[in-house]
Design a protein around this ligand. Structure first.
Ligand SMILES: NC(=O)c1ccc[n+]([C@@H]2O[C@H](COP(=O)([O-])OP(=O)(O)OC[C@H]3O[C@@H](n4cnc5c(N)ncnc54)[C@H](OP(=O)(O)O)[C@@H]3O)[C@@H](O)[C@H]2O)c1
Length: 216
């Protein structure tokens, strides 16, 4: 991966994004998504076919930095979430005095649909289910002390956060593919009342994939 003309690891790239801002009245919410050049967030119904090893390293690095990984129920079930972190990332968190795994939070009105998600059976992984994003953010901040929440989508959950003005950053990988078809963009939902301007704060390149960090 290359940023500013110099080789960087995913961990160095994430450190350069300075995502841990000072404590405030709300947690910092960072969306982490991938899209094709023509703006689709899935290939054959999943995100995985869009990625490359560097993109996966960035996603895992963001998880390793997070207090909370927030994921929509449909993404947890469709992508069959398991094993969030590499062993060395768990060791690094423990050495830094953090819980070995970030807390996993999801939003669902049908939590029974989560029963088969492999992540829920993993030791040391705590999964909390909320019935609305605003309740999730309030509880994660006020009761759980979360400062950095990484939201891995999906497009409906990310839309709800953006519509509520709760999305502060977006780390978007642009995948070098034309996909077309009916797959969603990274936000599924109605036109936002106020389109959210964001500025490009950082970027990196890994082969023909671009990693873009936008900040509100
Ligand atoms: N390209 C990428 O980076 C990326 C990232 C993630 C996912 N994806 C893809 O996106 C697809 C899934 O996305 P999705 O948009 O369908 O699902 P999603 O956002 O992961 O989950 C939607 C579900 O979350 C709950 N939910 C979301 N917003 C809510 C709200 N405001 N209030 C209450 N509950 C809410 C509901 O769960 P209940 O139905 O249980 O109530 C809803 O059905 C999959 O194909 C996945 O592969 C792509």
């Amino acid at each position: 991966m290359v940023a500013g003309g110099a080789p960087v690891s995913a961990r160095e790239f994430i450190a350069s994004l300075d995502l841990r801002s000072a404590d405030g009245p709300a947690p910092r919410v960072v969306g982490a998504m991938i899209a094709s050049i023509d703006g689709h967030a899935t290939l054959d119904g999943r995100a995985g076919g869009l990625g490359n090893p560097a993109d996966r390293a960035v996603l895992r690095g963001l998880r390793a930095a997070a207090d909370v990984v927030l994921v929509g129920r449909n993404t947890l079930t469709t992508e069959r979430y398991a094993t969030l972190l590499d062993p060395e990332q768990r060791d690094q968190r423990a050495a830094a005095g953090l819980p070995v795994h970030p807390l996993v939070a999801t939003v669902s009105r049908h939590p029974e649909l989560l029963a088969d998600v492999p992540l829920l059976a993993e030791p040391d992984v705590e999964v909390v289910v909320y019935d609305a994003p605003d309740a999730a953010l309030a509880d994660l901040h006020d009761r759980r002390g979360a400062r950095l929440i990484v939201c891995e989508g999906g497009p409906r959950l990310l839309h709800a956060l953006a519509a509520a003005g709760a999305l502060h950053d977006l780390v978007l990988t642009l995948a070098p593919l034309l996909v077309a078809g009916e797959g969603p963009s990274i936000l599924t939902g109605g036109v936002l009342d106020t389109p959210t301007p964001m500025r490009l704060a950082h970027c990196a390149r890994a082969g023909d994939h671009l990693m873009l960090h936008y900040r509100r």
